[in-house]
Design a protein around this ligand. Structure first.
Ligand code: C5P
Length: 402
């Protein structure tokens, strides 16, 4: 029980999902967490302080100005908490946080709090997608606030899309990795690849694929947060490198191969999330001229980096990815065997919520012994943590099949 004995402030803002704070508080209390709840005034319209007080066995606070003995309410709470969980977080509290406003107890404690804050947004889909809200989330993320993206589905307002409070299990898992779990990969050297590769046709054009790099970046971020030493070999992406990660940028599959080889000796774990182009073009110098006749390009195979590493794996843990459109599980198991990987994280890229350029994924873990474990839809960040949990299990098993 990683969280047992830890002190968490649970901030509850006033959205319909506020009622779910009871389940979150209850789950944390069951794990031995000491929880103190701070509610906004609006949150009390959705769930009573008495409910949360009964669950947590602590008085619930919401007012700055209730006369009390002892110290100043917000400073005392801020000193007491080891982590601040805001669930649900409305667009309003996120906006106040981004602007540095403290006009009630909850927002004032956030200002006085200098330890990890985990924000779990829940709101109407249009509000969530509003560029102002997105800008606030990005600004806060850049300052080190942690966010769990909301789930997608039918919302209380009747609309469909992202806006649902993340499931309690995901919130608790994130809290574990931020608080207790952080450090469980301490001392591990991890080599992670991400993004597409670009294969030039001539000096101005290239072929590539739709990989956004989000999955590999999520693994790199989560691994660094959990204490691993991370080198991220990245193809061209539109993402900011995660804090505390050494990034090596490459373009082509051959460049990725070279960069990966340079770091392979050094590492204990490889996670190959990059969508490496299987073929490269016999590139022409200069720019190919426009003409009226069909143009034939000759493609030659690129090295299979993962298979190459698999042949030399030694005691390393090697994890690959597989984007499939059919026979997901069979192919993934075959891939694990053929490439010498300990685990293949496979996803059917035709399913909504899985694959390229989305923030969620629906994956199946496939092992060389033929086992497959399907996982539910989750954010790429949550999946990254599941993959890292597998790294720990595989290392315990002594992943030596090479
Ligand atoms: O064979 P397939 O491309 O489906 O396998 C995907 C896995 O293999 C991914 O982990 C990807 O990073 C890796 N791969 C590679 N080199 C290639 C092609 C894929 O390392 N040339």
């Amino acid at each position: 029980m990683i969280l047992a004995g830890r002190r968490v402030i649970l901030g509850v803002a006033g959205g319909i999902a506020a009622y779910k704070a009871a389940e979150i508080a209850g789950t944390l209390v069951k794990q031995g967490v000491e929880v103190r709840v701070i509610m906004t005034r609006a949150a009390q319209e959705f769930i009573t302080p008495l409910t949360l007080q009964t669950i947590t066995s602590h008085e619930v606070a919401s007012d700055m100005f209730t006369p009390r003995s002892g110290g100043v309410a917000h400073i005392e709470a801020a000193r007491w908490g080891e982590a601040f969980l805001i669930a649900p977080a409305t667009a309003n509290i996120i906006g106040k946080m981004a602007a540095g406003i403290g006009d009630d107890l909850l927002s004032t404690i956030v200002l006085a709090f200098d330890r990890p804050v985990l924000v779990c947004p829940a709101m109407n889909v249009t509000m969530y997608k509003n560029p102002v809200v997105q800008r606030n989330i990005q600004a806060l993320s850049a300052l080190g606030y942690y966010f769990i993206e909301p789930g997608s589905g039918r919302l209380a307002c009747g609309e469909e899309g992202p806006g649902r409070l993340a499931p309690t299990a995901e919130i608790v898992a994130r809290l574990e990795s931020i608080l207790g779990g952080s450090g469980d990969l301490g001392g591990l050297k991890m080599l992670i690849t991400a993004g597409p590769t670009r294969e030039p046709l001539d000096s101005v054009r290239y072929i590539s694929n739709r990989s956004s790099g989000k999955m590999g970046y999520a693994v790199a971020k989560a691994a660094a947060e959990r204490g691993a030493d991370v080198v991220l070999v990245s193809g061209p992406v539109a993402l900011s490198p995660p804090d505390g990660v050494n990034v090596v940028f490459v373009e082509t599959a051959q460049e990725m191969h070279l960069a990966v080889n340079r770091h392979f000796e050094w590492c204990d774990v490889v996670v190959k999330a990059a969508a490496v182009a299987d073929y490269r073009v016999q590139a022409q110098p200069g720019k190919i001229k426009k003409g009226a006749t069909p143009l034939t390009l000759t493609l030659e195979p690129n090295p299979d980096i993962l298979r190459d590493l698999g042949e030399r794996k030694g005691r390393r843990v090697i994890i690959g990815f597989a984007a499939e459109t059919e026979q997901l599980e069979t192919r993934a198991v075959e891939k694990a065997r053929n490439k010498g990987a300990d685990l293949i994280v496979a996803n059917d890229v035709t399913r909504p919520g899985a694959g390229f350029d989305v923030d969620t994924n629906i994956a199946v873990f496939a092992y060389p012994d033929g086992r497959t474990v399907p996982l539910p839809l989750m954010t790429k960040s949550a999946l990254a943590h599941r993959i890292l949990d597998q790294v720990l299990d595989l290392r315990e098993d002594g992943a030596d099949n090479g």
